[in-house]
Write a protein that binds this ligand. Structure first.
Ligand SMILES: [Zn+2]
Length: 323
């Protein structure tokens, strides 16, 4: 039976009567992870991994009952057995596994099989029906070795300091910013952070992760305050007046999208570094094959391109849109 269907509010479990990552307010929302494109405010009840619920409380407040569940613990809702399994993407990120009358469905949200900092290791699941993201759905998206990328960041940082230009490294505040801070520690690069990054740093500390305290970029900051330091900020500062507080800047974007022609310039950055917390194309394909799913539903990314690639070894692929 069609245990999960696509509705205008999001993915809906017909028997369990709940939604997964809804884009509109619903009664019961199961959330794969706390990135803003995977939840909406206004739902009557939220469920997710303990860490996801912690982030949600910080992001949208305690506006409704929120229930945190550890990985691997099974709950039964109208006969549907539901459990969460690490997606390796950001802390708390989960694959949602549903089992009903012997049939298993897995919904991925975002996933990263190699794992990310402060994340439980990715758990490869097998299922009958797999609903998976395919954000990086082109074979050109292959992540280079992180050591190589970190060296590129270090070279750019040194060049900026030599030219007395402030290096602004932009990375999403939840997940990637913590990854680049730990990179800075490894490389011995001194850094300051945007206040939004610090807000999430504190969340990480509250969850028990060791994220060092760094100076925060404040209004009225002077060159003597930031001289010789890397500035870590969210990508939302690109092309904004926030950058005017520095005399001269060089801006960098950390994303898998930097492998897309013209994307660095389009986002308003000077340089790009391929640092991602998503599966690259080979990892996506491997994860789909290893799931051994009879039916694969694709969401996000270039679904048609991914489907044509998967068609070589899989005969039952569906493209999913909210409807
Ligand atoms: Zn995400």
């Amino acid at each position: 039976m069609q245990l999960v269907e696509s509705r205008k509010e999001g993915l809906y479990c017909t028997v369990g009567d709940f939604y997964i990552d809804p884009i509109l307010p619903v009664k019961k929302a199961w959330i794969t992870h706390a990135h803003a494109d995977h939840y909406c405010s206004g739902c009557e009840a939220y469920f997710g991994h303990d860490q996801t619920i912690y982030f949600l409380k910080k992001r949208i407040g305690r506006i409704a009952p929120m229930t945190g569940i550890p990985y691997g613990v099974k709950r039964s809702i109208n006969g549907v057995e539901i459990s969460l399994h690490s997606a390796g993407h950001i802390p708390g990120s989960a694959l949602i596994r549903l089992e009903y009358q012997g049939e298993v469905w897995v919904i991925t949200g975002d996933l990263n099989p190699p794992g990310s900092v402060c994340c439980a290791p990715f758990e490869q699941l097998q299922c009958d029906h797999l609903i998976t993201e395919c954000t990086f759905s082109h074979p050109k998206f292959v992540w280079p070795a992180q050591d190589l990328v970190f060296n590129q960041v270090q070279d750019w940082f040194k060049a900026c300091i030599n030219q007395q230009v402030a290096p602004i490294l932009t990375a999403y505040s939840l997940g990637k910013a913590q990854k680049v801070q730990l990179m800075c520690q490894t490389l011995g690069i001194p850094y300051m952070v945007h206040q939004t990054v610090e807000k999430f740093n504190q969340c990480y500390r509250d969850l028990g992760f060791e994220i060092p305290f760094a100076s925060i970029v404040k209004d009225g900051i002077q060159p003597r305050h930031y001289a010789g330091q890397l500035i870590i900020a969210p990508p939302t500062v690109l092309k904004t007046a926030w950058l005017y507080r520095f005399n001269q800047v060089s801006t960098a974007l950390c994303s898998g999208w930097v492998l897309q022609e013209g994307m660095v310039q389009k986002r308003g950055a000077n340089v790009g570094f391929c640092i991602s917390d998503h599966a690259d194309f080979p990892d996506l394909v491997r994860h789909i094959k290893r799931s051994q799913a009879d039916v694969v539903y694709l969401m996000h990314g270039d679904k048609a391109r991914m489907a044509s690639h998967l068609g070589d070894f899989h005969s039952n692929i569906k493209l999913l849109e909210y409807q």
